[in-house]
Design a protein around this ligand. Structure first.
Ligand code: GDP
Length: 403
């Protein structure tokens, strides 16, 4: 069976967490394949609301939960997530690739110092050190999970890096560096001791089990945060394009099923271009109704209309086979709804009804169905599900009108 990739088609926060949780029961294993704890997924199931930033959103299902080499691991965050799940009685069958790079406090110091030194040209980094962890990976100065679990190697590598990082923070960026090497060695050695049990060569595991198990590949962020194909430099430091799942896990060329997630409108966190932004009452409606505040950062998200060309290109480049349109309920109550096309804006009549309790396509207001059918026809990709609320149950299976 072809593996399935779940990928966001805008600037992230499309609701991938909910969709992964919804679909995960059909799979034997989920592999998170990029990003770090700069991503946040929210999974709501009944009265449980869980925020994950490293552990795949399928964690509530009984299956193999894997983290591939292209995920930057902040050990403290990971241990907290494992503990949070344990508290809920969930024992995750977790495997972490030993090639994953580790976020060290000097990466966070560099991130904060570099943003502080940029003034107005800030990229909107959260200061979590993810970009700097990937920089070290590229420059072959990184610390991998396999190093974290070997105290001598870990200490040697931390010592090697320390002076240069300190100089960069203090001399190049002119900021304070308050970290103490021996404390970091001690803390990180203890993280290594606690995380050693989870190491598993995820690349080899996935390859070996490809014919026996059904795999779901989970992407963090969205297409336009890809560091090449997104709105560079207002991007993350790695690929988010769906095909990047293969090298990010360590797989040969193969066919993938790609499920694209798009919000029924657009949001973005941080700086950078946003052609359909509504810095007005409409944006405020979307922000309030959609709770558009970052899972990790809590920053208010910028909100605007659906951008057809943007999502169309993401569908093409990521090879999207089916779509899930999320947060449709957030549009309820708007008089007019607009969609950006090549030539300007297409305008639709809104609907007043609360649709969060609706479970059937035919029960949705006519104006709502008209909006969805338009998007599907224009994008030329079938919309399989509509999401009308954060809960797993608040989902409508849709019959396709695309072709
Ligand atoms: P992700 O990073 O793509 O998983 O997205 P986030 O978890 O950051 O943001 C999605 C937010 O929207 C979460 O708080 C979800 O619980 C919530 N959500 C997901 N789908 C829907 C939906 O259809 N309607 C509403 N109102 N909220 C949703």
């Amino acid at each position: 069976m072809k593996p399935t990739v779940i990928t966001g088609l805008q600037w992230g926060d499309e609701g991938k967490g909910k969709v992964i949780d919804l679909l995960a029961s059909r799979y034997d294993a989920t592999v998170r394949f990029n990003g770090g704890n700069n991503a946040g997924h929210t999974v709501k199931n009944g009265d449980k609301t869980l925020h994950f930033s490293l552990i795949p959103s399928a964690a509530l299902h009984e299956q193999k939960i894997l983290i591939s080499q292209a995920v930057a691991i902040n050990p403290e965050v990971l241990l907290n997530e494992i503990a949070m799940l344990k508290k809920l009685g969930v024992e995750v069958d977790l495997g972490i690739d030993p090639r994953c790079h580790v976020v060290v406090p000097y990466h966070q110091a560099l991130d904060g110092a570099s943003e502080a030194s940029k003034g107005k040209a800030k990229t909107g980094s959260l200061g979590l050190g993810i970009g700097f962890t990937f920089e070290d990976r590229t420059n072959r100065a990184g610390i991998r999970m396999e190093d974290l679990v070997q105290p001598k190697v870990l200490e040697e590598k931390l010592r090697q890096n320390w002076t240069l990082k300190k100089k960069r923070v203090t001399e190049a960026y002119g900021q304070n560096f308050n970290l103490v090497l021996k404390d970091v060695i001690k803390t990180y050695t203890s993280y290594g001791r606690r995380l050693k049990q989870y190491l598993l060569p995820v690349a080899e595991y996935t390859l070996e089990n490809m014919d026996k198990e059904r795999f779901l590949f989970e992407s963090a962020q969205g297409f336009y945060l890809d560091f090449v194909f997104g709105t560079y430099p207002y991007t993350v430091a790695y690929h988010t394009i769906a095909s990047s799942a293969l090298p990010a896990i360590g797989l040969p060329p193969m066919n993938l099923k790609v499920v694209g997630i798009a919000k029924a409108y657009t949001t973005r966190v941080g700086n950078g271009p946003f052609p359909t932004e509504q810095d007005n009452d409409i944006g405020q409606h979307l922000r309030d109704k959609g709770h558009e505040y970052g899972t990790v950062s809590k920053r208010p998200r910028r909100c605007g209309w659906f951008d057809l060309e943007m999502v169309r290109k993401a569908c093409q480049m990521s090879g999207v086979n089916t779509l899930v349109l999320t947060k449709l309920d957030v549009l309820s109550g708007l008089k007019k709804i607009k969609v950006k096309t090549k030539d300007g804006y297409e305008e639709f009549t809104g609907w007043d009804e609360d649709i969060t309790g609706i479970r059937q396509w035919s029960k949705l207001p006519v104006a709502c169905r008209r909006y969805v059918v338009y998007l599907e026809k224009q994008l030329q990709v079938p919309i399989q599900y509509l999401s009308v609320g954060p809960d797993r149950k608040q989902t409508i299976k849709k019959v396709s009108h695309a072709r």
